[in-house]
Each structure stands twice: as structure tokens, then as C-alpha cells.
Design a protein around this ligand. Structure first.
Ligand SMILES: [Cu+2]
Length: 285
């Protein structure tokens, strides 16, 4: 083997060792993560009143000990409506609007998992008093890598598509501005393509948004969703107009005009506001 060839092999081996070490380190630190499970103090004696709060799209505590005969009250301190629905269908609160609460007397002497219907990731558990210790130690070992399922529901599809909508427009604008500054046609070409992709993907983002709205209509704060749905639909139209405009400029072999750049800037600001409304509805304040 020649000297340079030997060095190439050594460099690759060193890179492989570093990469393996890094992989091992990641796997080990992931394995050490234990779930954040809050178990409320166990009550003793006769029946008692227990309160569970719904805030920022989560139940708190995630695990609550209860005896048969205890009254559990779920308080919605969020800005969106939630439900308290047993996984096995044994109870369902229906929509609990923000500021309202729902009470239930625990009947069965068994642990029961429940969730919120409009927010399937909102999950928690009522633990039958005697089962506490077992469940707690079980939870420590149950950490595993999150699985991957193809997105099929609107609440999975809309946020994924939003990423493209949100990223392409600011990058197209930036690319055009840099193109003007550096006098580079390649940056203008990149901007044209990004605006075209934006115009193709944004109607899909809007459709997924409407689909989501029709699925969870009553659970959304009416003032926020009213602005979000119509601003979103207007943005779809504005972005298509922007793409047609950008293509015309390109066909004339010209650089983007000030009115075009101002229009793109305004659409981008509207998009930022639109994103903040969406975030408010999903994550709360
Ligand atoms: Cu919910």
C-alpha cells in the first residue's frame, strides 16, 4: 500500500471509531432517560376529593392514585376544550370548555388509562390505590424508542406541511435579497423555485387545516380558529399570486422589483402571525 492510501484507510478507521463511539453514547444516554411521571400523594382513610388540572394540552398529574368512592375533579385551565375519556370506554366527560370542570366518583377498584379525544397525545392514568407501587416501578423500566407511523390524521399532517409553508417563503425572500446584494442570478433562480414549491404545498397545508377543523370543531377556541382559518385560506391565494408574479419577473429576465419584495414581506409577516395562532391552539399560552 502506498503512503497516501494508508493514510486514507487510517482516516476512515478513525472516523468510523468516532462515529461508533458517538452512537454508543447517544444510545446510552437515551436508555438512562426515565419517564417524567408524577404520582400524587396517596390519600388514606375514607373517600376524598382529588383534583386533576388540564393545562398546556396535558393532564397534571399524569398518574393519580384513587380509591373507589373518591371524587375526582378535572379542571380545564387551558384555552382549548378537552375531554376525559377512558381508554376502555367506561367513562367520557364530553367536551369540557376552558374554565369549566367535570367530576366523577371512582367506582371500580382497578387502574384505568384515559385520554382526551381531540388531543390523542394527551394521556394519563388513574391508579387504584393498591396498584401504585407496582405501576411506579413498572414505569421506570418501560422507556423505549418512540415508534414511527405514517402520518394519516390531519393533526399529524397539518403541522408537517406547515414546516414547508413556513420555511420556503422566508428563504425565497432571503435568497432574492441576497441575489440583489451579491448580484448572483443563481440566488434568484433558487428564490423562484422556492416560491413555486411554496405555491404547490400551501394549498395542501390549508386543506389539512380545514380537515382538522372539521374533526375537532367544538374543541377549538372560536375567536382563534375563525382568524386562523380565514387568514390561512387568504394566505393560500396570496402565495399563488406571489408565485405567478415571481414567474413573470423571471420570464422577463428581470430582478425582483421593490413592490414584489414588499408584498412578499407582508405575506411572510402574515404567515408568522398565522403560525403564532396555530401554536396557541395546540400548545396553549
Ligand atoms: Cu384535549
Amino acid at each position: 500500500m502506498t503512503q497516501p492510501a494508508k493514510w486514507r484507510v487510517r482516516r476512515r478507521t478513525a472516523a468510523l471509531i468516532l462515529f461508533s463511539a458517538w452512537g454508543f453514547f447517544c444510545a446510552r444516554s437515551l436508555a438512562q432517560v426515565s419517564p417524567q411521571v408524577a404520582v400524587a400523594p396517596q390519600s388514606s382513610g375514607s373517600s376524598s376529593n382529588i383534583q386533576i388540572v388540564m393545562k398546556a394540552i396535558a393532564f397534571s398529574p399524569l398518574e393519580q392514585t384513587a380509591h373507589p368512592g373518591d371524587t375526582v375533579e378535572w379542571k380545564n385551565e387551558d384555552i382549548v376544550a378537552h375531554t376525559v375519556t377512558a381508554d376502555d370506554g367506561s367513562f367520557d366527560s364530553g367536551l369540557i370548555q376552558p374554565g369549566h370542570s367535570w367530576k366523577m366518583t371512582v367506582k371500580a377498584a382497578a387502574s384505568i388509562a384515559y385520554h382526551c379525544t381531540p388531543h390523542p397525545n394527551m394521556k394519563a392514568k388513574l391508579i387504584e390505590a393498591g396498584a401504585t407501587a407496582q405501576t411506579q416501578s413498572g414505569a421506570q423500566k418501560s422507556w423505549s424508542l418512540p415508534g414511527f407511523n405514517l402520518p394519516r390524521t390531519p393533526h399529524e399532517l397539518h403541522p408537517i406541511l406547515v414546516n414547508f409553508t413556513a420555511a420556503l417563503l422566508p428563504l425565497a425572500l432571503l435568497s432574492d435579497l441576497l441575489g440583489l446584494w451579491l448580484r448572483r442570478p443563481s440566488l434568484h433562480n433558487a428564490a423562484l423555485w422556492m416560491v413555486l414549491y411554496e405555491a404547490i404545498i400551501t394549498p395542501l397545508t390549508g386543506l389539512a387545516g380545514w380537515w382538522w377543523k372539521f374533526q375537532t370543531a367544538a374543541a377549538l377556541p372560536s375567536n382563534l380558529i375563525a382568524v386562523h382559518q380565514w387568514l390561512g385560506t387568504s394566505l393560500v391565494v396570496l402565495i399563488v399570486v406571489l408565485a405567478v408574479w415571481r414567474r413573470r419577473i423571471h420570464k422577463k429576465n428581470a430582478t425582483p422589483t421593490i413592490p414584489y419584495l414588499l408584498f412578499a414581506g407582508v405575506v411572510m409577516l402574515a404567515l408568522v402571525y398565522q403560525g403564532s395562532l396555530g401554536g396557541l391552539m395546540v400548545f396553549g399560552r
